[in-house]
Ligand binder design. Structure first.
Ligand code: FAD
Length: 501
């Protein structure tokens, strides 16, 4: 081991981000390096964050986590995507599923063929019928991919809904079993090297000192180190994503355990519904310039499909990101790096990705600024394109029934998103700026779901034999229908394989 190697990593914060950082660092580094996590029960965690993207499976897999054990212990359910209600207009309903609408044909995504044929054949069934994930979700069925399923049905993926507190606890046990030391205490100050400005130690309120070589700031919205010590600066995106408040409350579990999140647009924001095995998570994300907290609370309570389990929790946020996530020997991960509202469940995904990039660019004690620059470039791009994808949901809606929706229709948006919308509206094409981010099928689902229908068809598809295409699509749809019919109900699958005690 080089004498420049990091000998001690200090993680500040024990929320989802803190333990999601501690677990892989413990797995990779605990033999060569001490890993310590400091958290304060007095401050607590944000306590929300229950819906994920399929990448969480690969994160867990890399840790060697057994899926059934994890699902049981976090009261998790499976998630095939998000059902959007009332977003395009009141009464509108569409599904953003994990997966595509079939393999590409001649380098064009399958949805472009559907678009062309639906113009000629007015009785073409909805494109959702070519999405395995949407069809499974619509019939409330679930099972993971397996060898006996026809290969056509491969095109779906899944994520989880889980209890955020239980997930953090699960990873805490994992990390502690691999040598991570947990310190309970309130951080009251920081010591820095007088010349380099590197953080050398945390000072706890009770007088203890926690020294380290690398400090990972997972302190949540307060950004204790990245902002408190280094004043990274904050890009405020609330002009394009005006929601700045949320209320969250769990309710008794519903009769039906849906394998998807529901997002319902409201007059000044939207509400979520996340089914877990033991309860249902609910929340209302809204902009307080267009409604009051009291009214937002009423909307939330009226939408519950079970008895509320406690009082709603009020949260405030400013959408945006800290201009840098890595400064000197401090790396911010989680809410201390930035926040985008949970409309597409992207925060935990950004945590997974950032932890992966930290491992990939793991520094020596000198923390070369080039590594920090590269990490910052990657994180900035990820935030930017997730931001664009979320703005899209608000911007192209046809809703104009409240001041909030009229604001969204008229608000300025980034040029990158403007290009995306115009490209699709005119030609049906989608551009992918971030290959590890949302796919063309995701953009298609949202744009079409919200009512944006391309004006032109692809000339190459125009020149193709429609009979063959029709037969291809008909047989695909039949295979999907039969495969879904043979699957167990989501609740049945859970009870049989990973039901919580
Ligand atoms: P926190 O949970 O706030 O943890 C901060 C930690 O720092 C705590 O342990 C605290 O004790 C510690 N700390 C802070 N200051 C000190 C100090 N001075 N001394 C000692 N310790 C300190 N994400 C998703 O992916 N899916 C979702 O569905 C989703 N829904 C969300 C809904 C809402 C309304 C909000 C606001 C967020 C949502 N998120 C979601 C985001 C998700 O909740 C967070 O990304 C995730 O919980 C990570 O939080 P964190 O660990 O960064 O911060």
């Amino acid at each position: 081991m080089s004498d420049k190697a990091i000998r001690k990593i200090v993680i500040v914060g024990g929320g989802t981000a803190g333990w999601m950082t501690a677990a892989p660092l413990a797995l990779k580094l605990a033999k060569t390096c001490e890993v310590v996590l400091v958290e304060s029960a007095e401050i607590g965690t944000v306590g929300v964050g229950e819906a994920t993207l399929p990448t969480i499976r690969y994160f867990n897999l890399a840790l060697g986590v057994d899926e059934a054990d994890f699902v049981r212990k976090t009261q998790a359910t499976f998630k095939l995507g998000i059902e959007f209600k009332d977003w395009g207009h009141v009464g509108n309903r569409f599904f953003h599923g994990f997966g595509d609408f079939g393999p590409p044909i001649e380098h064009r995504p399958a949805h472009m063929y559907w678009l062309r044929m639906s113009r000629t054949f007015k009785d073409m069934p909805s494109y959702e019928q070519w999405s395995m994930a949407a069809m499974m979700a619509r019939s409330n069925r679930f099972m993971p991919q397996h060898d006996e399923l026809p290969s056509i049905t491969d095109a779906y993926n899944y994520a989880y809904h889980f209890d955020a507190g239980l997930y953090a606890a699960y990873l805490r046990d994992y990390a502690i079993a691999r040598g991570v030391k947990r310190i309970e205490g309130m951080i009251a100050g920081v010591e820095q090297h007088p010349e380099s400005g590197f953080i050398t130690a945390l000072k706890l309120r009770d007088g203890r000192r926690v020294e380290g070589d690398l400090f990972v700031d997972c302190s949540g919205f307060r950004g204790l180190l990245i902002e408190g010590v280094y004043q990274a600066g904050y890009d405020d995106w609330s002009a394009m994503l005006p929601c700045n408040s949320a209320q969250a409350v769990p309710c008794a579990k519903a009769a039906q355990l849906t394998p998807y999140t529901t997002s319902t647009a409201r007059s000044a924001g939207w509400t979520w519904r996340i089914p877990l095995q033991h309860r249902t998570g609910n929340g209302h994300v809204y902009c307080d310039a267009f409604t009051t907290d009291e009214e937002a609370g009423r909307v939330l309570q009226d939408g519950l499909d079970g008895a509320a389990l406690g009082e709603p929790r009020q949260l405030r946020f400013t959408t945006g990101r800290h201009r840098k996530s890595w400064i000197k020997n401090c790396v911010a991960i989680g809410l201390s790096s930035g926040f985008l509202e949970p409309l597409e469940s992207t925060s935990i995904n950004i945590i997974e990705t950032a932890v992966g990039w930290l491992v990939q660019h793991f520094p020596n004690r000198d923390c070369r600024p080039e590594l920090a620059d590269e990490f910052n470039r990657l994180v900035a791009a990820r935030y930017q394109f997730v931001r664009d994808f979320i703005i899209l949901h608000y911007k192209v809606t046809e809703r104009s029934d409240s001041e909030f929706w009229r604001y969204c229709a008229n608000m300025p948006i980034p040029d990158t998103l403007k290009h995306q919308i115009e490209l699709f509206r005119e030609t049906g094409h989608v551009t992918i700026y971030d290959p590890q981010g949302f796919s063309a099928s995701s953009y298609f689902s949202i744009l079409m779901g919200l009512g944006v229908v391309p004006k032109q068809d692809d000339p190459l598809i125009d020149a193709m034999q429609f009979e063959q295409l029709l037969a291809h699509f008909a047989s695909r749809r039949e295979i999907i229908t039969q495969a879904v019919k043979a699957m167990p109900e989501h609740a049945q699958y859970l009870a049989r394989h990973c039901g919580a005690p």
